[in-house]
Design a protein around this ligand. Structure first.
Ligand code: SAM
Length: 250
């Protein structure tokens, strides 16, 4: 897969691309991530990328020309499947969106700054607009890197068994079960006995129950869309009955 980031601060991307799973995936040739300096696509002496907002008001706006030129140049190097505009106004980026993007071969992510980007970039250049949450950041670099990280760890070979993505939160619409490691007892807090029992069937069922209980307690909004098998549905029904009984006693 290839991912191109277009930004006025390409060096901001260096750190997150230089460590961990993303770095390993780049080194293994699983993904090619390139950060382009938007100013390289300007034509004036001052390499200016922004201008005042038509209609007045504070703040500068990214001009359309450098962004169109940057994407044209990237398209010249090979077919592009998606041009993503980072924006607090976009569709919320979720694990499902990460899975969808991970199936593409080439994406471009545009990073805004200041008041944002000339709206013709949104309507005529971007193929989609993604937000990483309902808050406003000062630039699109962190959102772009969030997207890169979430997508790259889904690419085959990027994550080893020791960091398996299958049980991660949201992978099947549920939160992950709790994890523990040695020591078995720390400051009087013991790891649940079942995890030390060596009984794999019991451990599997305990983890299933915990994932469902956590999701029910913390993110019940996820449950209607979760992909549950019959065993999980049965456990969930029991958990909901227990909760109902507890509330009845309150
Ligand atoms: C200060 S913001 C512009 C906000 C814009 N005036 C608005 O209110 O919608 C500058 C840039 O940061 C990025 N950005 C800020 N918050 C974001 C978010 N929650 N998700 C994705 N991108 C965001 C976008 O690239 C945006 O163009």
């Amino acid at each position: 897969m290839r991912i191109d980031l277009v930004t006025i601060f390409p060096r901001l991307c260096d750190g997150p691309l230089a460590e961990g799973i993303v770095r390993r995936a780049i080194d293994r040739g699983i993904v090619d991530v390139r950060a382009h300096d938007l100013r390289d696509y300007t034509t004036d002496r001052h390499r200016s990328v922004d201008d005042v907002s038509y209609g007045g008001g504070p703040g500068m706006v990214f001009k359309p020309e450098p962004l169109f030129r940057a994407v044209d140049a990237i398209r010249g190097e090979g077919e592009v499947d998606a041009v993503i505009l980072t924006s607090p106004q976009g569709r919320t980026f979720t694990q499902r969106e990460a899975e969808r993007l991970a199936a593409l071969r080439h994406i471009v992510v545009l990073c805004g700054r200041y008041e944002g980007i000339d709206d013709r970039v949104r309507s005529a250049l971007a193929t989609e607009e993604l937000s990483i949450g309902d808050y406003v950041l000062s630039g699109g670099e962190l959102p772009a890197l969030v997207i890169v990280d979430a997508v790259v760890r889904l690419l085959p070979g990027a994550v080893g068994d020791e960091e398996s993505v299958d049980v991660d939160s949201f992978s099947r619409g549920l939160l992950d079960f709790p994890h523990f490691t040695r020591p078995a007892e720390y400051r009087g807090w013991r790891v649940p006995d079942v995890l030390l029992s060596g009984n794999h069937a019991e451990i599997r069922r305990w983890r299933m129950r915990e994932a469902l209980a956590r999701t029910l307690a913390l993110r019940p909004d996820l449950l209607p869309a979760a992909e549950l098998d019959s065993e999980e549905r049965e456990i969930l029904r029991a958990l909901m009955q227990e909760r109902g009984a507890e509330h009845g006693r309150d």
